[in-house]
Design a protein around this ligand. Structure first.
Ligand code: 5GP
Length: 212
């Protein structure tokens, strides 16, 4: 398979899912178990929280720098609210990896998906991660003990919206059992790697197979 890698274009795999669905655990496992795949690190204008690291959790930037990135069209998608912090996906690192034939994971909500669809539809696959039921999601959020009941209720009403939005995604992965969900996501990634449209330098590729 080594020669295939050289001729491959990378894909952006966009993950969405309600808080508590296990999306972060799935992404962590995929990054550890699949080669040639990286996680996109977003920029944000919010303050760094305890335990967070520059360049790992986010690139922490000020409002002026954020405005400049927007003006230069250096972000694939962004959330620009006057009230809360701003977030965005820098194009530079993502494009570099894609050009090297590596895949990229993005963790975005549905408005982010729509922005990517508008500018890079042929380079993305969208994956909605869902809990087996909203009842189980509520139990997971309560057991996690990180949110107040008020926050949990807010997350629950957003979760219902997420479930309904799933119909607009390429894939739906129900995270009932983590191992199963991880292997389903890995299958999606591996299948994209051998899609005909994701091979490039096609003439060279065919020539090599015919002549070798
Ligand atoms: P937090 O501040 O708790 O890290 O994240 C708040 C929200 O911002 C989360 O829902 C997270 O998914 C979203 N977010 C983080 N980075 C980005 C980004 O680059 N683009 C978009 N659209 N949302 C983001």
């Amino acid at each position: 398979m080594a020669h295939l890698n050289r001729y491959r274009k990378g894909t952006m795999f966009i993950f969405s899912g309600p808080s508590g669905c296990g999306k972060s655990s799935i992404i962590k496992r995929v990054l550890a178990e699949v080669d040639n795949i990286n996680l996109s690190v977003s920029v944000t204008t919010r303050a760094m929280r305890e335990g967070e690291q520059e360049g790992v959790d986010y690139y922490f930037i000020d409002e002026a720098k954020f405005k400049e990135l927007v003006r230069k069209e250096a972000l694939y998608e962004y959330v620009d609210s006057d009230f809360g912090p701003k977030y965005g996906t820098p194009k530079e690192a993502v494009n570099k990896w894609l050009d090297e034939g590596k895949d990229v994971i993005l963790d975005l909500d549905y408005p982010g998906v729509l922005q990517l669809k508008a500018c890079a539809a042929d380079r993305i696959k969208t994956i909605s991660i869902l809990p087996p039921s909203l009842k189980i999601l509520r139990e997971r959020l309560i057991n996690r003990k990180t949110d107040s009941m008020e926050t949990i209720e807010r997350r629950m009403s957003m979760a219902e919206k997420r479930v309904k939005e799933s119909t607009f995604y390429d894939y739906i992965v129900v995270n009932d059992d983590l191992d199963t969900a991880v292997s389903e996501v890995k299958s999606i990634i591996l299948a994209a790697r051998v899609e005909t449209k994701n091979q490039y330098q096609w003439d060279e590729f065919v020539k090599k197979i015919v002549e070798d």
